[in-house]
Design a protein. Structure first.
Length: 365
């Protein structure tokens, strides 16, 4: 149960900051291209950190990495407040990504060690995202009353709350023991066998999430262009994340490869539909469909990796590292495309990438 609480609280903290980092970066002077660089720093640091610490936890256990990662996350998410220029924000976000990589893979592995179903467990992460998105929108909207003191006050309030949620996640795991942990011989530094065994899973996840993170770096700005307020942006994110929390709990017994294929194909349809939306109200049903598509893909990936690999944390850590690459490269793509051809071009590119991922998975039985 403690792993579920920690996942919910930490994912809520991550989402709170993620929603308004694009708006905050522009407010302190970043260009669209620099916004992409800031997102890249966050993702690339997460990529290296996630793989290194997940691999280490297969040998030494989960507890140490969970505690260190959550405490460092609290610190670096708080340090977003004094980041008053794009360069400083880039450094702080890179350190934030590295701190997340320390605990995310070991937390998933710890949950599996203790007998958690991956669908049910993952739903708590999505529930955390949902809570974080709604709270972020509410807090930022209330923070508008303080803009006469400082225009950045709404974002500072969100970042401070993120820090508190990480500290609560740390407290929730303070007394855990290494129940069910069986030390594994560390995988090679470059685990060719694990990658080859799960290649279609990793490649399809990379393609879909590369496009998705290209969208997410500009999505709050796109929603603002469509007429959404700060509170409404939070609500729109909540619809997606809350939907995931409900859907993931129903997917534990489903066939992993079938879930992955459904998630990829539906993601492609949703992304192209984003570009065609005439107003933010039209995003509501698309967020519901997106919730189903991501739930299917993510639970399918976790089921496949934890059921077919003895090096659970390492195989999941590689997946998290791939997501880190996507969080790194995706914002660069999103920033460049949006600055050159507008927001809609990012949606079309993401749709093509997700469809390509579906084609990759077609031959997987």
């Amino acid at each position: 149960m403690s792993s579920r609480i920690a996942l919910l609280l930490s994912y809520a903290a991550i989402m709170m900051s993620a929603i308004f980092i694009p708006n905050y970066a522009l407010a302190i002077g970043a260009s669209m291209s620099m916004l992409g660089v800031i997102g890249a720093g966050y993702g690339i640091s997460m990529f290296f950190s996630s793989y290194f610490f997940s691999r280490a936890s297969d040998k030494t256990g989960r507890k140490l990495f969970l505690h260190i990662g959550l405490l460092l996350s609290a610190l670096f998410f708080l340090l977003q407040i004094p980041a008053k220029n794009p360069t400083t924000l880039l450094i702080v976000r890179a350190m934030s990504g590295a701190s997340l990589g320390i605990f995310t893979g070991p937390l998933i592995a710890y949950a599996h060690d203790t007998g958690e179903g991956m669908g049910t467990f993952s739903s708590y992460g999505s529930f955390g995202w949902a809570i974080g998105s709604l709270l972020a929108g509410f807090i930022a909207q209330r923070g508008e009353s303080l803009t006469h003191l400082n225009l950045l006050a709404p974002y500072w309030m969100v970042f401070f709350t993120s820090c508190l949620f990480f500290l609560m996640a740390f407290i929730s795991l303070n007394r855990i023991t290494e129940v069910g942990f069986v030390p594994q011989k560390p995988a090679p530094l470059f685990p060719k066998k694990i990658i080859a065994k799960n290649l279609r899973i990793y490649l399809s996840a990379f393609l879909r999430n590369l496009g998705a993170y290209a969208i997410w770096i500009i999505f709050p700005l796109y929603l603002s262009e469509l007429g959404a307020s700060k509170l409404m942006i939070g609500v729109l994110y909540f619809i997606n994340m809350g939907g995931q929390a409900l859907i993931m709990r129903r997917l534990d017994l489903a066939k992993s490869t079938g879930l992955i294929k459904i998630g990829l194909l539906l993601s492609s349809l949703v992304f192209v539909s984003f570009a065609l939306a005439p107003g933010y109200i039209w995003i509501i049903p698309l967020q519901i469909l997106l919730a189903f598509s991501y739930s299917s893909l993510y639970v399918g990936d976790l089921l496949y990796l934890t059921e077919n690999n003895t090096e659970k944390a390492t195989s999941v850590g590689i997946l998290n590292s791939i997501l880190g690459i996507c969080i790194g490269i995706g914002p660069l793509i999103g920033g460049i495309l949006s600055e050159t051809w507008g927001f809609e071009s990012v949606m079309y590119a993401a749709s093509i990438l997700a469809l390509t991922g579906y084609l990759v998975m077609l031959k997987e039985k």
